[in-house]
Design a protein around this ligand. Structure first.
Ligand SMILES: N[C@@H](CCC(=O)N[C@@H](CS)C(=O)NCC(=O)O)C(=O)O
Length: 212
């Protein structure tokens, strides 16, 4: 795994989007080969001029490639890793499969992960007053409703299939899994009657990719 030796991931331990990249690396069996740099979000290290140079969005994760290019956004990073590393495919092997996996990944992101994030940052104390400088409570509450609808959608979607987007674990499962973890952390209840979603989550939680 020569290339993995030259990869650097900027992350914040315990945060959901960096956890997506960790899960992808675990799926590829490459965690040990990557250098990780901890970014202390609570100390605002991601809002320094130095960090904005590598990611103008001021978010983690960020991946530095062997060529010295900085890639941002979990999906971009995971697809890149999927293409350069051996191991099980996470983002699709045919044009149609790639389309379906990207579509479902994006739904998991918009309908759950990002909606939960907006609820967390705008309608709860979020990361605290030092970091949450422009909270908008009504927007956060609306995003909570959106997330709740997303949970119902994925419960129905998982009624008759083992994985979110293919016949195996893909980046769509990874996004949804950490979207649910973020919901728990934010105090956004996942209703117990969504039993297909709960069963899928239980199966995922037992997998090594989510226990690195
Ligand atoms: N769409 C981005 C979202 C990245 C993101 O929002 N990361 C969070 C940590 S999970 C962050 O950096 N938050 C910093 C902040 O809210 O100030 C991705 O997939 O990487």
């Amino acid at each position: 795994m020569e290339q993995a030796d030259k990869l650097t991931v900027y992350e914040t331990t315990g945060f959901p989007n960096p956890a997506r990249v960790r899960a992808a690396l675990a799926a590829k069996g490459a965690v040990e080969q990557v250098t990780f740099i901890e970014v202390d979000v609570m100390a605002k290290e991601h809002r320094t001029p130095e960090f904005y140079l590598i990611n103008p969005l001021g978010t983690v994760p960020v991946l530095r490639t062997p060529e010295g290019i900085y890639l941002t956004d979990s999906t971009v990073i995971i697809e890149y890793l999927d293409n350069i590393l051996p191991g099980p495919n996470l983002s699709g092997t045919t044009p149609l499969e790639r389309g379906i996996i990207h579509m479902m990944q994006r739904r998991a992101e918009v309908m759950v992960m990002d909606a939960v994030a907006a609820y967390f940052h705008h309608a709860t104390t979020g990361l605290g007053p030092e970091l949450e400088t422009a909270p908008c409570q009504p927007w956060g509450e609306l995003q909570k409703l959106k997330a709740q609808a997303g949970l119902v959608y994925f419960n129905q979607h998982l009624q008759d299939q083992a994985f979110v987007a293919a016949d195996r674990l893909t980046m769509a499962d990874i996004t949804l899994f950490y979207g649910l973890a973020f919901a728990d952390f934010s105090g956004l209840e996942i209703p117990a009657h969504l039993r297909h979603l709960a069963a899928w989550r239980e199966r995922m939680a037992q997998r090594p990719e989510f226990n690195g």
